[in-house]
Design a protein around this ligand. Structure first.
Ligand code: NAD
Ligand code: USQ
Length: 397
């Protein structure tokens, strides 16, 4: 299959691109390298040293991997270049990772809010419009987020895979049943862009019969996969800073360097998680099981387990001896929430979930220890506040 991986230089995109090339697909990475530029602006670097995109691809060929092509393209602003590329290369499928993905970064300032909306919504819309204009039948696999459902209002109910069955009362007293998109309840500007993506998909699927799979992914943890571990030049990125680092990888790296684990509030927030190796496998499964023409948008919950943040901190602390620091929460989020998620679609397609076992957690701690000299302690605190009240609380502490 010829596959474009939009955002294929990123944390999820790179291991996905090499995995697909390893499985024999023809892979084209399309990326504007904005993630690397944001690191320069934030004066931080991936904890793991990562080579340039050119060196990564070269190294991949040198170790015998099926060649990958790279196209530098900004999905949000280079519409004609995107359309020409589609018409020239006629990909069978496009995996869309190319968005600004950090909630704290999206909440930093009005400039980053506007950038996140412009980049993510225009990028997704350009892709959809270009597929229609190209008149090609291309399957889109999009990386969405579990955060579109929101956290805090489910009251013990299981979150379905995208669609919710509702009963609509009729004037004559009868009721009919239908399935609607699960109500959206984003918790940041970033998460809001993903809920907007969902509506763009619903519309273009209905109007133009574009085949789409939307993956509502949980928090990805880990760093390398079996494929990126084959050569140090293929090493995947590891974000640890207060904007881009996600909670479990942050806790593991904090434990590795002896920094007290940064739990927000009481740590009562429950979130969905998936290991990077499973994330890559899920994308491959979604790619190889596309919807039929005319089928509604397929939505899969791409997560393998749920955990409370405070419990995760305790688990990491008991494994490593780290201390825990309970901090004022910079986010406007529920103090506590439950999270029960239906993830049967991937299990039925053959996913064998990797769970949070001590061996894998220790593997991440060891990676972090190895590169601990690259860590800039000043970049660890989460200083991006959701509201002015939150900003005052974190500055006081
Ligand atoms: P990342 O920032 O590491 O990678 C995103 C890549 O997209 C980067 O290489 C960036 O340069 C590129 N990009 C961004 N905007 C672009 C544009 N306009 N044109 C071309 N390229 C562009 O992020 P990630 O962690 O790999 O996440 C990938 C996707 O998966 C995102 O859409 C994110 O929302 C989703 N996701 C990530 C996680 C996670 O825990 N990392 C969890 C759930 C969902
Ligand atoms: N948290 C802490 N301490 C920290 C960092 C975070 O307690 O040092 C808490 C946060 O307050 C939050 C939870 O941990 O309650 C998760 O935060 P996160 O930064 O790990 O995850 P999030 O902001 O939700 O975003 C990440 C990815 C995003 C993806 C999302 C999936 O960056 O791209 O969409 O996970 S999900 O959370 O399922 O929506």
């Amino acid at each position: 299959m010829k596959v474009f991986v939009l955002g294929g230089d990123g944390f999820c995109g790179w291991p996905c691109a090499v995995n697909l090339a390893d499985k024999g697909h023809d892979v084209f990475i399309v990326d504007n390298l904005s993630r690397r530029k944001i690191d320069i602006d934030l004066e931080v670097e991936s904890l793991t040293p990562i080579t340039s995109i050119g060196e990564r691809i070269q190294a991949w060929s040198e170790i015998g991997g099926k060649p990958i092509q790279f196209i530098h393209l900004d999905l949000a602003s280079e519409y004609q270049k995107l359309l020409d590329l589609l018409i020239e290369e006629k990909p069978d499928s496009i995996i869309h990772f190319a968005e600004q993905r950090a909630a704290p970064y999206s909440m930093k300032s009005s400039a980053t809010k506007r950038y996140t909306v412009d980049n993510n919504v225009n990028g997704t819309h350009n892709l959809l419009a270009a597929i229609v204009e190209s008149q090609l039948d291309i399957h889109i696999v999009h990386l969405g987020t579990m955060g579109v459902y929101g956290y805090g209002s489910h009251r013990g109910a299981t979150i379905p895979e995208g669609y919710l069955k509702v009963e609509v009362p009729q004037p004559d007293g009868s009721r009919f049943e239908e399935e609607i998109l699960h109500p959206a309840s984003p918790g940041s500007v970033y998460h809001m862009t993903k809920t907007l993506d969902q509506l763009l998909f619903l519309y273009y699927n209905k109007n133009d019969q574009i085949r789409i799979t939307d993956l509502h992914q949980g928090i990805v943890w880990g760093t390398n996969t079996d494929v990126t571990s084959r050569d140090p030049r293929l090493t995947n990125r590891f974000d640890y800073d207060g904007d881009y680092g996600t909670v479990l990888n942050r806790f593991l790296m904090q434990a590795a360097i002896g920094y007290p684990l940064t739990v927000h509030g009481t740590g009562g927030q429950t979130r969905a998680f998936i290991h990077i190796q499973d994330s890559v496998k899920c994308v491959q499964l979604a790619l190889e099981n596309p919807p039929e023409k005319g089928e509604r948008v397929k939505i899969f919950n791409q997560m393998t387990e749920s955990h409370q943040v405070g419990e995760l901190a305790k688990k990491v602390a008991s494994l490593t001896g780290a201390k825990i620091n309970y901090l004022p929460n910079p986010r406007n989020e529920a103090v506590e929430n439950d999270l029960i998620v239906d993830n049967r679609c991937f299990i039925e397609l053959g996913l064998d979930p990797t769970t949070l076992d001590n061996g894998l957690l220790e593997e991440v701690v060891n990676v972090a220890k190895k590169f601990s000299n690259r860590c800039d302690l000043k970049r660890i605190p989460c200083v991006s506040a959701w509201t002015s009240t939150q900003a005052k609380a974190i500055h006081k502490s």
